[in-house]
Structure formats: structure tokens, C-alpha cells
Ligand binder design. Structure first.
Ligand SMILES: C[S@@+](CC[C@H](N)C(=O)[O-])C[C@H]1O[C@@H](n2cnc3c(N)ncnc32)[C@H](O)[C@@H]1O
Length: 270
């Protein structure tokens, strides 16, 4: 399918720098004093080379979800693709699942979850800030168009999850331990709780709350590091800089038979 009017595309220069453009018939894109009309981009094949008025060359690309997230307008800080990818498997997001999420932030996690649950599934977001909610809904619409299986509640998730028997609860908010009692009530047995948290004291407090609830087992916390490499002729080595820390992921499974967790027990490795 060729590139259409109204679509968001990325212009990528020779150094790999990315410039997002939302295409509108009749408009002109400007970059470093050089221009190209949007009409010249509309109708092109994905991945076509284009030349600006002054001779600068770019490739026009329809962004992948990860690329779109890194360049979309942000209200709140987004979850990076390395963590979004990990969340999909560790929270075991599957087609047809009902997933509760909070807060919506900029909508990066929401879009990722919507992909995972597919059209047969449902994503329900909770968000306390109207400005973030609006931004997120615009971001989602710009990439996914009209979505019929997404619901947004503008409220504190700790004050009550309105849905019952849900498959997954995925949290990116500063005080997830406040949500544990509601997550226990709303999750089906075998359901999964996942929380994304930037600091160690937060993780310690959350795990204590999960253990204390007596409702969860298989509680684990880990982080993922993505180290990019530089491959240029003979220079084959790790990149000099990396995103060294984003957050820890804590995952837990709701059990049918509650177990008491002994905090002093040693857990065997895999
Ligand atoms: C870091 S942002 C989430 C970013 C989002 N995961 C993304 O990838 O774009 C955290 C969000 O949680 C919201 N929030 C914080 N506490 C909340 C609560 N108790 N209930 C609902 N939303 C909450 C904040 O307003 C903020 O929008």
C-alpha cells in the first residue's frame, strides 16, 4: 500500500536521523532551509528515496510501532521498546485477552497491548490526568486509527477496578502497591500482574505488598539491558553510549490456592 494523505511518516537522513511528518495534501515540509511538498510524498512506496529542494536525500518510511513511539509527542515519559517487547511475553499478552492498564501516560504501552490482544481482546486504561489522557488518545488515533476495543476510565485505579475476571493487570505508575488489593479482586485465577518501576525502594515495597496479599506466586523481578553495537568496516564493537537504566519489571501470578511466602527462603535459579 502506498503512502496516504493524513499518515504519519518518518524521513530518515543518511546519518540515520529521523524526522517525523504528518502528511497533509497541499502542505510543505521544511528542513534546514530545504523543502519538499507533502504531495510529492503521498503515493510513494514505503522506503522510497526523496530529494529536498537543496539536494538533501532522505528515505521516507512508514514507522514501525517502536519507531513511532520514540518520535510521537509525549506528555508523560514513555516505556521504551526494549521493555515493551519484554512486557508482551512476561505479562503473556495474548489475542482475546482483557488487559487492565494504568496510567495511560503517552499511550505507548496501550498501543503495544492493543496489538497483543488483537481485535478479539480488550484494553482498559485508567488515568488520573486529563491532559495526559488527551495526548495519549491522539497518539493512539494517529497510529492505529479508530479503535473500538479500548476503554479509558479517568480515575485513580487504586480507588477501584470496574472490571472483573480480567486476564492481566499491567501498571506503569509510581505507587503500584496501592493497587494490589484491587488487582487481587479483579484478576481471574492464573491471571498475571506486571509492574514497571524505576527504583529499588519502589520494587521492594511492591514485592512486600504482593507477598503480603497471599494471593500471588511466581513473583519475580528483573531488568533488561539493550546494548547497541557499532558495525562499520573493521570497527565492530559495542556503541560507546547506551540507555543504562529504564526500569525493573516485577511479575506475579494470581493463584487459586493462596500461599504464604517465606521471605527468608532461598529460591533456586533456573
Ligand atoms: C509514566 S506515565 C505512563 C506512561 C505509559 N506507560 C506510556 O508508555 O506511555 C504514568 C502515568 O500514570 C498516571 N497515574 C499515576 N498514578 C495513577 C493512578 N493511581 N491511577 C491512574 N493513573 C495514574 C500518571 O498521570 C501518568 O500519566
Amino acid at each position: 500500500v502506498t503512502i496516504r494523505d493524513g499518515e504519519r511518516v518518518h524521513l530518515v537522513d543518511r546519518k540515520g536521523r529521523v524526522y517525523p511528518v504528518t502528511l497533509r495534501m497541499g502542505k510543505t515540509y521544511q528542513h534546514s532551509g530545504q523543502t519538499i511538498s507533502h504531495n510529492a510524498l503521498i503515493g510513494l512506496e514505503d522506503g522510497s528515496a526523496v530529494t529536498l529542494s537543496g539536494g538533501n536525500k532522505f528515505v521516507v518510511l512508514r514507522p514501525t510501532l517502536a519507531e513511532y513511539i520514540m518520535k510521537m509527542p509525549r506528555g508523560a515519559q514513555v516505556i521504551y521498546p526494549k521493555d515493551l517487547a519484554t512486557i508482551l511475553l512476561w505479562a503473556d499478552i495474548y489475542p482475546g485477552a482483557t488487559v487492565i492498564e494504568a496510567g495511560i501516560g503517552s499511550g505507548a504501552l496501550t498501543m503495544t497491548l492493543l496489538r497483543g490482544v488483537g481485535e478479539a481482546g480488550r484494553v482498559v486504561s485508567y488515568e488520573i490526568r486529563d491532559d495526559f489522557a488527551e495526548r495519549a488518545l491522539e497518539n493512539i488515533a494517529l497510529y492505529l486509527g479508530k479503535v473500538s476495543n479500548h476503554v479509558l476510565h479517568r480515575k485513580d485505579i487504586a480507588s477501584g477496578i470496574e472490571e472483573n475476571n480480567v486476564d492481566r493487570v499491567v501498571l506503569d505508575l509510581p505507587e503500584p502497591w496501592r493497587v494490589v488489593p484491587e488487582a487481587v479482586r479483579a484478576l481471574r485465577t492464573g491471571g498475571i500482574f506486571l509492574s514497571y518501576l524505576p527504583t529499588v525502594p519502589q520494587v521492594a515495597r511492591l514485592v512486600e505488598a504482593l507477598q503480603g496479599s497471599g494471593a500471588f506466586g511466581m513473583i519475580e523481578t528483573f531488568e533488561t539491558l539493550q546494548r547497541p553495537w557499532n558495525i562499520e568496516g573493521r570497527s565492530v564493537r559495542p556503541a560507546l553510549r547506551m540507555v543504562a537504566h529504564t526500569a525493573f519489571l516485577t511479575v506475579a501470578r494470581k493463584l487459586a490456592t493462596p500461599v504464604l511466602v517465606d521471605p527468608d527462603a532461598t529460591i533456586e535459579g533456573p
